[in-house]
Design a protein around this ligand. Structure first.
Ligand SMILES: Cc1ncc(COP(=O)(O)O)c(C=O)c1O
Length: 397
């Protein structure tokens, strides 16, 4: 069978492989605690589901404008303005099939073959894959837990070459939960302007920020930086709507028009019913978003303490998203029965086999030594999952 080199050399999403393994075990009736998931465990709020039903009953079941219905694009503009003060016109906003699709369209629109895109590591697994799909070249900046997994201005300067076109910043970060402060973003912004780069600011977790952290959206820094920013947003995480597949991009109108052209040829519009659901999500009462955020905040506190109580685990607390990224490297080189732990992938496989707990190894995010633990699951599951991890790692010697 002939497959293209591009597809042959591509890998399945690492996070999806682990959650796939967890689902497989669950299907065999095994009680697996899944701390690997990247989606909220809450049902989509009822008001949003009702809006979808109404959309169907009202006959909104045909094609829409490829870039999304005007009322939704207007509402996205207002939603962004209410959150960060940044104003976008309707022709500066496009609705796509999930934020992943928004990212693909954005990269395909701005990257020429062989151009470099800077990706801070640890990174969300999809970024390098998407850059490669559009024939760009991912260039990584390694960060450490000492800098809270954030890049420094000098690191960014050092990574820039005459082929650099863009920087992808995930803020708050998947997988680390780190959030950049205003002054940190300003320093990055200066370098972006000096080197005439685009910044793809993935802010899909922007509404999931804790400890009253003063979250700053990248395009709000200055009108000049707004022009260089491709803002990626969506409803998947903060409205618990992962399956509805709606993502938003806000950027300069020429970029949005380019993305619209691409989308009109590739997928046409995102599902009409999902668009009406997203319209209700972002323009209806927002109490449910805050209720979910508070639940995440409590779980984060619990998980942070519980992880640090495990001998050999070091966890930093993170200000955003729904992940912690603790250091498990002290277990490397140890073994139990036939299980030898050489790295985070071995540890993830050991935890799933021995403890029936799914976690994601840091290696898939380009950060060996760490494990991504999601707290998008109930407190009971978190407590049970941590107990099982503690027991399994204590057997390693
Ligand atoms: C950082 C980040 N960006 C984008 C996405 C994609 O979101 P969507 O499900 O809307 O495609 C995810 C989902 O895991 C994510 O973690």
């Amino acid at each position: 069978m002939h497959l293209s080199t591009k597809v042959n050399t591509m890998e399945f999403s690492g996070t999806m492989q682990i959650s796939g393994k967890a689902k497989e075990l669950k299907a065999q009736g095994i009680n697996v605690i899944d701390l690997s998931v990247g989606e909220p465990d809450f049902p989509t709020p009822q008001r949003i589901k009702n809006a979808a039903i109404k959309a169907m009953e009202d006959g909104h079941t045909g094609y829409t404008m490829a870039s999304g219905i005007i009322p939704l694009r207007k509402a996205v503009g207002k939603w962004i303005k209410d959150f960060s003060g940044v104003e976008y016109n309707t022709n500066e906003i496009i609705v796509s099939n999930g934020a992943k699709h928004s990212l693909y369209n954005a990269l395909q629109t701005i990257i020429e073959v062989g151009e470099e895109v800077i990706i801070p590591a640890p990174y969300w697994v999809t970024y390098p894959a998407l850059v490669e799909i559009v024939d760009g070249v991912p260039v990584y900046i390694d960060t450490t837990s000492e800098s809270n997994f954030k890049i420094t201005p000098n690191q960014l300067k050092d990574a820039i070459t005459d082929k650099t076109r863009a920087l992808i910043l995930c803020n708050p970060s998947n997988p680390t939960g780190s959030v950049y402060s205003k002054s940190e973003l300003e320093e990055i912004g200066k370098i972006v302007i000096e080197n005439d780069l685009y910044i793809i600011s993935d802010e899909i977790y922007s509404r999931l920020v804790y400890d009253d952290f003063d979250y700053v959206s990248f395009p709000s820094l200055s009108p000049e930086l707004k022009k260089k920013t491709i803002l990626i947003e969506g409803v998947s995480k903060s409205y618990s709507m992962t399956g509805w597949r709606i993502g938003f991009t806000a950027a300069d109108k020429e970029i949005i028009s380019g993305m619209g052209k691409l989308q009109s040829q590739m997928t046409s519009n995102p599902a009409s019913i999902s668009q009406y659901a997203a319209l209700e999500a972002i323009s209806g009462p927002q109490d449910d978003v805050e209720d979910m955020r508070k639940i995440f905040a409590d779980r984060r506190e619990f998980l942070f303490k519980a992880l640090n109580e495990i001998d050999g685990v070091k966890a930093e607390n993170a200000k955003g998203a729904f992940y912690l990224f603790p250091d498990f490297s002290s277990f490397f080189g140890k073994s139990y029965k036939e299980n030898k732990i050489e790295g985070s992938m071995d540890l993830a496989m050991y935890l799933i086999a021995e403890a029936k707990v799914a976690t994601v190894p840091g290696s898939v995010f380009g950060a060996e030594g760490f494990m991504r633990i999601a707290y998008a699951t109930s407190m009971e599951n978190l407590a049970e999952g941590i107990n099982r991890i503690r027991e399994a790692v204590s057997k390693l010697g």
